[in-house]
Write a protein that binds this ligand. Structure first.
Ligand SMILES: Nc1ncnc2c1ncn2[C@@H]1O[C@H](COP(=O)(O)OP(=O)(O)OP(=O)(O)O)[C@@H](O)[C@H]1O
Ligand SMILES: [Mg+2]
Length: 332
């Protein structure tokens, strides 16, 4: 658990962070979102004490970090910096093993882990372990940065735009991979991003910063559907209501109410209609489902589980109704 109370940072006359308070529960991903210069990196660096606080309190796992020595604190925190920051004179393997070596881990074990972690970030170990950072593209360097931060298995991860230099397709792959690992390891993660889609996909909670302050803290759905200011609504985008589609799965809207043009369905197979119904899975998000429906000119789909068992019908009208459920006008 990370708890931040009334954090302030003053650089001379510049107020970089002002009265920031929030709490992230253990095993959750909190995305720090906001425009350039709003204080996201400064906040992260105060957590691992790369920047001293002007005032405020930071607790990790209930302990006040000002009472921990810097080395112990930093060892318990994996950090992916915004500019990657690999050591240029070390190979990829040596870079990943920096902290495990410092901790005196078994060398054979940590080399094996370096290879595993490279696979996790989709870089083939045989091709990349012995290369130097200057022999990698920017996106590849970022992925090594993520592998390095995971190497010593710290309970807390601070990640400053870790996927920023990776193209959209590979970024999706790495996000999915990261989420898969996160489901297994359950780290407490603070993740800086500029990308709202990334935040909506990854975050349990979002802290939206504006000029050094938190403008709104909540779930992705809170910010999309119930923005508390014009700034939040603008930042989340004119299509923010549509972005909610991604947060809702087919199972959430599946109903036993059959479509009017399709009264008899047995196990998802039509017995009256000559048209094969569109079939979706319970875990498909409504963005995918709606795209399929619109693409095929259909009003509804059958939702079957992975064993082909009928779960329900997904009606286009129910998707649209779900979209506007629990929304409030800006500032209410
Ligand atoms: N060492 C410093 N001295 C003076 N001002 C600083 C210093 N570091 C950061 N700032 C200022 O503090 C503010 C917050 O900077 P910060 O790096 O936290 O922004 P950010 O939200 O991470 O932005 P970006 O998205 O561009 O990375 C900015 O106005 C920046 O110019
Ligand atoms: Mg930054």
């Amino acid at each position: 658990m990370i708890q931040i109370d009334n954090l302030n940072k003053q650089f001379g006359s510049i107020t970089a962070v002002e009265d920031v308070s929030f709490k992230v529960e253990e095993g959750q991903i909190c995305v720090l979102l906001g425009p350039s210069g709003c204080g996201k990196t400064t906040t992260l660096k105060m957590i691992n004490r790369l920047i001293p606080l002007t005032s405020g309190k930071i607790q990790i796992g209930g302990k006040d970090t000002s009472e921990m020595d810097t080395v112990t604190l930093r060892r318990s925190i994996g950090y992916v910096i915004q500019q990657v920051g690999l050591f240029p004179n070390m190979t990829v393997e040596e870079n990943i093993c920096v902290v495990p070596d410092l901790l005196g881990w078994d060398k054979v074990k940590s080399r094996k882990r370096a290879a595993e972690l490279l696979e996790v970030v989709a870089l083939e170990p045989s091709r990349f372990l012995k290369r130097y950072p200057c022999e990698l593209s920017g996106g590849q360097q970022q992925r090594v940065g993520v592998a390095r931060a995971l190497a010593a298995d710290p309970p807390v991860m601070l990640m400053d735009e870790p996927f920023g230099a990776i193209d959209p397709i590979n970024r999706e792959v790495i996000q999915d991979e990261f989420m898969r690992i996160q489901r297994q390891v359950g780290k407490t993660v603070l993740f800086v991003s500029h990308d709202i889609d990334e935040a909506v996909k990854m975050a349990d909670c979002v802290a939206l910063f504006h000029a050094g302050k938190i403008e709104q803290f909540g779930t992705p759905d809170d910010l999309l559907a119930r923005p508390n200011s014009e700034f939040v609504a603008d930042f989340m985008g004119g299509d923010r209501i549509m972005k909610r589609l991604r947060l809702i799965s087919a199972a959430d809207v599946a109903t036993k109410v059959p479509p009017r043009d399709h009264m008899q369905v047995v196990g998802g197979q039509s017995t009256t209609s000559s048209h094969t119904p569109l079939v979706v899975k319970p875990g498909d998000d409504l963005r995918q489902v709606l795209s399929l429906l619109l693409g095929q000119g259909k009003d509804w789909a059958v939702c079957n589980d992975q064993d082909g068992r009928f779960v329900g019908y997904v009606h286009q009208s129910d998707i649209l109704a779900k979209l506007v459920e629990n929304t409030t006008p800006v500032g209410h």
